[in-house]
Design a protein around this ligand. Structure first.
Ligand code: UT7
Length: 303
């Protein structure tokens, strides 16, 4: 469709393949599938859930899609809401969900990261259409005697919003004489790739350092670095700046591309199922992207 090559995409991004959602499917359906697998792994029932947080920027319904996931799961005792923070959504969701556990109000929280960016990609723009894939991943967070969220830092900078947008575009209409409104729709994704790349490589190491500071830890105590899977060069550069060896950096973007809010739970899930991540391991996870927004959570994995 566009002038590009497999070689360019592999060498500039590390992406070899990605997945597209079934056009007959929905965001709620793929989110619910991921959620069911997380519930099975945690060995709890949907009815045990107190809260469902769905991190997504591509809901089926702009009013929110989390309650549809709740209905699909039959999680009738939970309250469910969407959280929109693009590629930072999973990390922001992790921190948000943890606050409800810390305060003691909820014990079982389901956090889902899911996006179908293929709905919003401009398939004639080679600078973005080669990057994104669709996906969903989920984790269950549970109350425990010890607080497993060891430190976090979240940031945003709206002055750089134009670097990465999926913006509303409305036409002005006069509905009755003297009363105007706008109606329209969202326009496909636009991105200044170079600027976002620069931003990520500078800000992500800073925010990880800050979260480590709050956790009273140093980089050598990190067992796994789990970054938003945007570009292999970004993963390598961030790990390099923090002096974190490559074997501690989880990467699966070659198989999925950039799946926005889904990328971190997808890579976490694979590493847990492959028994790379073991109970007690310290994980530094960082999401970054549109907003611009970025954040890091340091947490300990386990039951
Ligand atoms: O999830 C949200 C966060 N998003 C990100 O983290 C994305 C961050 N940015 C990136 O990952 C990279 O900037 C890209 C992968 C998007 C682009 O890589 P780059 O090395 O920064 O390429 P560039 O934009 O500097 O473009 C280099 C050249 C240009 O051609 P000229 O001007 O040098 O002749 C582009 O027109 O590559 C060209 N180009 C392409 N060529 C073949 C851009 N896209 C393509 C393409 N195929 N798909």
């Amino acid at each position: 469709m566009v002038e590009t090559s497999d070689q360019w995409i592999r060498s500039r991004t590390g992406i070899c393949e990605r997945h597209l959602a079934n056009p007959q499917g929905s965001l709620s359906a793929i989110a619910a599938t991921a959620a069911q697998q997380a519930l099975a792994m945690a060995d709890i029932r949907a009815s045990d859930l107190d809260l469902i947080v769905l991190a997504t920027s591509t809901p089926d319904d702009l009013f929110g899609c989390a309650s549809q996931v709740q209905a699909l799961l039959g999680a009738s005792n939970a309250v469910a809401f969407d959280l929109t923070a693009a590629c930072s959504g999973f990390v922001f969701g992790l921190v948000t969900a943890s606050q409800f556990i810390r305060t003691g109000v909820y014990r079982n929280v389901l956090l889902i990261g899911a996006d179908i960016l293929s709905r919003w990609v401009d398939w004639s723009d080679r600078s973005t259409c080669v990057l994104f894939g669709d996906g969903a991943g989920a984790v269950v967070l549970q109350a425990n005697e010890s607080d497993r969220l060891l430190g976090f830092e979240m940031r945003s900078d709206g002055t750089q919003n134009s670097c990465l947008r999926l913006g509303y575009d409305g036409q002005v209409q006069e509905i009755v004489k003297g009363v105007t409104i706008t109606q329209g729709c969202y326009k496909p994704i636009t991105m200044n790739g170079k600027e976002v790349y620069r931003f990520a490589v500078q800000k992500v190491p800073e925010v990880i350092d800050k979260a480590l500071f709050w956790a009273n830890m140093t980089t050598d105590q990190i067992d796994w670095l789990v970054l938003h899977q945007a570009n292999q060069r970004i993963l390598d550069a961030v790990a390099g700046r923090l002096n974190i060896p490559t074997h501690k950096v989880l990467s699966n973007l070659s198989h999925y591309g950039n799946t926005s809010a889904a990328s971190i739970p997808l890579v976490l899930d694979e590493a847990v199922r492959q028994e790379k991540i073991k109970p007690g391991d310290i994980i530094a996870t960082s999401g970054f992207g549109a907003g611009l927004s970025w954040g890091c959570a340091i947490f300990q994995w386990g039951r």
